[in-house]
Design a protein around this ligand. Structure first.
Ligand SMILES: [Zn+2]
Length: 249
């Protein structure tokens, strides 16, 4: 589904686009190819690629950028890499988890125990081709990405500031969502201390478009949604969290 000239949403369980275990998977078309933000859960990947082909026919996927290692974002990485030959980007903290398919560390084991994921859903190990790190801009597909580490949803959660189709855009992963909702969850690796330390890094960035890993997105005024959460955290409060927002899954 094309969202703008060079942006498409190619998987999302929430919008019934591709598979049951897919976060929002965004495809960004740059001058040198298509960059995927996250890989989804890996099942029904044929549908993901059908949506990609419909949006940007004939444009090769050069890069896959993982925002974090949770199963609905990272399990599909090996399949995407095998099918496209793209480079997979992840921070150093994430590399060991992705390259070994560590189901405990990525949250899959706990999610299976909780009944959120089926027992036969596996984390296929995926080689990581390139590291990114907080604050160090890199180029993929001919587009400039600025990774911003915001702990709190997970220890490795990054958002990416990118200028696309004339809009300063934030691909937020599960760090912050439309309406100032944050990704604090009751799972290992998620804690308010991370948000207290890092969420303020997203303020003052003049973000137009906010594209989170789940839920609604917006093309204008994205910074207001972010600042809503930042202001509450600064004042000592806990913003609404994904657990209080029942439309995600
Ligand atoms: Zn997550």
């Amino acid at each position: 589904m094309r969202l703008s000239e060079n942006l498409a949403l190619i998987a999302s369980f929430q919008f019934r686009l591709a598979g049951r275990f897919d976060c929002h998977v965004y495809a960004l078309r740059g001058p040198e190819g298509v960059v995927l933000i996250d890989a989804g859960g890996g099942r029904e990947q044929d549908r993901l690629f059908a949506h990609l082909d419909a949006a940007f026919p004939g444009t090769p996927v050069t890069d896959l950028v993982l925002t974090h290692t949770h199963p609905d974002h990272a399990l599909g990485a090996a399949g995407v890499r095998r099918r496209t030959g793209c480079r997979v980007w992840a921070p150093a903290l994430t590399r060991a988890i992705v390259e070994t398919g560590d189901e405990a560390a990525c949250g899959l084991a706990g999610a299976k125990e909780a009944g959120m994921y089926p027992a036969d859903l596996m984390f296929e190990p995926c080689p990581v081709d390139a590291d990114y790190r907080d604050g160090a801009a890199f180029t993929a597909g001919g587009l400039a990405f600025e990774p911003i580490l915001v702990r709190g949803h997970s220890p490795d959660a990054h958002s990416f500031a990118v200028t696309l189709d004339g809009r300063r855009s934030l691909f937020a992963g599960d760090v912050v969502f439309y309406g100032g909702v944050i990704g604090l969850i009751n799972a290992p690796g998620s804690d308010m201390a991370g948000y207290r330390a890092d969420l303020c890094k997203l303020s003052g960035r003049g973000i137009d478009a906010l594209f989170p890993g789940h839920g609604l997105f917006t093309f204008e005024g994205g910074q207001r949604h972010i600042d809503c959460a930042v202001d509450l955290v600064r004042k000592g409060f806990i913003p609404r969290t994904v657990g209080q927002w029942d439309t995600i899954f």
